[in-house]
Design a protein around this ligand. Structure first.
Ligand code: ADP
Ligand code: MG
Length: 250
């Protein structure tokens, strides 16, 4: 029952004299949507980058599925089952949507991330079928042959989500998935993330928009100036005076 998919254990990180993260310890439980919120500069993206191996902590460790992943390369962590959707979508603008989703689908199958893997492999039809399935799932199947560069901001996020989902991750990390989106696109993204949540996928979502957080989160950790100032169920966090003062009330 109490199965932690991710344990961020006593992580510290400084940039020069700036303590970006101080003694961060938190556990993400299987099947939950865990939101990390906090004002700009609180350390949210730094924490996420440590989880995916883009940054090394000064001390502490990240444990995924019982395995210490600190020190592993981002692609190794990805292959263990951690997928992420970035604050700025990382897609291939000069490829079609279908090709974009086929790349991680091949990576999952072959254990290698090759930009032109889709051109070389013999299982193209099977991989294409998977890519189409996930494009359908995020509502982009009608645009499958468009170049990714031509997409709206909201659709780029959806494309990146399909690129994550096609890998069948054990853990999905999302950094501000609705940042810069219109209210309409935000609501569509909430619906999509609710659908994914209903399938039992474990997610960590970094989010600024309180409407998004309270629509999706089972648990909320509040960061401010690199420290955890609150952690609990949404109703507990919403009523917490420290949080009100540091963040929500401001
Ligand atoms: P958030 O995502 O919560 O807005 P960040 O994790 O991006 O916060 O940043 C936390 C703090 O660390 C900020 O003060 C930011 O300026 C600083 N910071 C982040 N990355 C770097 C870096 N590579 N070099 C120096 N300072 C950084
Ligand atoms: Mg950030």
């Amino acid at each position: 029952m109490d199965n932690a998919v991710l344990h961020i254990a006593d992580v510290n990180k400084s940039f020069g004299g700036l303590h970006a993260l101080s003694d961060i310890d938190l556990q993400v439980m299987e099947g939950t949507t865990h939101a990390i919120i906090g004002p700009n500069g609180a350390g949210k993206s730094t924490l996420l980058n440590i989880c995916i191996g883009r940054l090394a902590p000064d001390s502490g460790a990240v444990v995924f599925n019982g395995e210490v992943i600190t020190g592993k390369q981002p692609y190794e962590i990805n292959q263990l089952g951690v997928a992420r959707v970035f604050q700025t979508p990382e897609i291939f603008p000069d490829l079609t949507l279908l090709q974009n989703v086929m790349i991680p689908a091949f990576a999952r199958r072959d254990g290698a991330f090759r930009l032109n893997g889709w051109q070389m492999a013999s299982h193209q039809a099977e991989i294409m079928g998977q890519a189409e399935h996930w494009l359908e799932d995020v509502g982009l199947i009608g645009l499958r042959n468009r170049f990714a560069a031509s997409l709206s901001r909201g659709d780029k996020r959806r494309l990146e989500l399909a690129m994550g989902l096609v890998q069948h991750p054990r853990l999905l990390l999302l950094d501000e998935p609705t940042a810069g989106m219109s209210r309409h696109d935000t609501n569509a993204t909430i619906d999509l993330l609710k659908k994914i949540k209903a399938r039992g996928m474990t997610k960590v979502i970094i989010e600024h928009d309180m409407h998004v957080v309270f629509s999706l989160a089972d648990r909320i950790t509040v960061l401010a100036q690199g420290m955890i100032i609150a952690d609990g169920r949404p109703d507990e966090v919403r009523g917490n005076p420290v949080v009100q003062e540091a963040y929500l009330g401001g």
